[in-house]
Design a protein around this ligand. Structure first.
Ligand code: SAH
Length: 220
C-alpha cells in the first residue's frame, strides 16, 4: 500500500496530526478517539486521486454515489457511541469505505458492519484485510434488519440518514447501550438513543449531512 500512495506517504503522519489538532479545536474531547484517528491512514480509504484531500474536513466520494464522512463527523459519532466507556460488541450500518469501521475496531472488542452495495463491500474487505483489521465482521445485507445472530450490541452506529430507527435495531440493543445515528431528511441532526431499564431516551445534537439509508441490496 505504501507503493500505491507513495507520493503522500511522507507527509501523512504530519497531516494526520494536524487533523487531530483541528478536531480538538472543533470540540472533540475523547482522547482515545483522537489517538486512534491519529494512527489510521485515512488516505488509504479514498481513491488515489483524492488522497491528498483525505485529511481535510470534508466528505469525499467513495464511488457508487456514496461518501466517506468528514473527520469531525466520524470523531463526534465515535465519541458519542463510546461515552467514555469501553465498547464490547458494536454494530455499524453502512460500512462504505470502512474508515469508521476501522476506527471502531480499535475501540471495541468486535465490530459487525453491514453494507448493502456488494462491490463497495468487496473493496472494503480487501482494504481492511490489508490494514490487518481482524475484529471487524462485514456482511453484505440490508442493515435495517440488523445482525440478530451477533446481538445484543452495546453500541449501534448508523452512517446513513433516516427519519426513524427500525424496531429490529432497537431490539438488538442491550440495556445500557446506545444508538448513534443521523436523524432527519433534508435537515439532519446527530441523535443518540439510550436504552435504559425505563425505556429509550432520545437526544438530538449537532447538525450533519449524510446520504440516505436505502432498503434492499445491490449485488453488482
Ligand atoms: N461509514 C461510511 C459511510 C459511508 S456512506 C464511511 O465512512 O465510508 C453510508 C453507507 O451506508 C453507504 O455505503 C451506503 O451504501 C450504506 N447504506 C445505506 N443504506 C443501507 C442499508 N439499508 N444497509 C446497509 N448499508 C446501507
Amino acid at each position: 500500500m505504501s507503493i500505491r500512495h507513495s507520493g503522500i506517504g511522507m507527509t501523512s503522519q504530519r497531516t494526520r496530526m494536524r487533523m487531530v489538532e483541528r478536531l480538538r479545536e472543533q470540540g472533540i474531547t475523547d482522547e482515545r478517539v483522537l489517538t486512534v484517528m491519529n494512527t489510521i491512514p485515512r488516505h488509504l480509504f479514498v481513491e488515489e486521486a483524492l488522497a491528498s484531500r483525505a485529511y481535510d474536513d470534508v466528505a469525499l466520494p467513495i464511488n457508487f454515489g456514496q461518501t466517506i464522512s468528514n473527520p469531525w463527523t466520524v470523531a463526534r459519532m465515535t465519541e458519542l457511541l463510546r461515552a467514555n466507556s469501553n465498547l464490547g460488541k458494536v454494530l455499524e450500518i453502512g460500512t462504505g469505505c470502512g474508515y469508521q469501521t476501522a476506527v471502531l475496531a480499535q475501540l471495541a472488542q468486535e465490530v459487525y458492519s453491514i453494507e448493502r452495495i456488494g462491490p463497495l463491500l468487496t473493496r472494503t474487505r480487501i482494504r481492511l484485510r490489508e490494514l490487518r483489521v481482524s475484529n471487524a465482521y462485514l456482511r453484505h445485507a440490508d442493515g435495517l434488519l440488523g445482525f440478530p445472530e451477533a446481538a445484543p450490541f452495546d453500541g449501534i452506529m448508523m452512517t446513513a440518514v433516516t427519519t426513524q430507527v427500525p424496531e429490529s435495531l432497537l431490539e438488538q440493543l442491550m440495556i445500557g447501550g446506545r444508538i448513534v445515528y443521523p436523524k432527519g431528511s433534508r435537515k439532519q441532526n446527530l441523535c443518540v438513543i439510550e436504552h435504559t431499564s425505563q425505556g429509550f431516551i432520545e437526544t438530538i445534537l449537532d447538525e450533519v449531512k449524510f446520504v440516505p439509508i436505502l432498503s434492499g441490496v445491490i449485488s453488482k
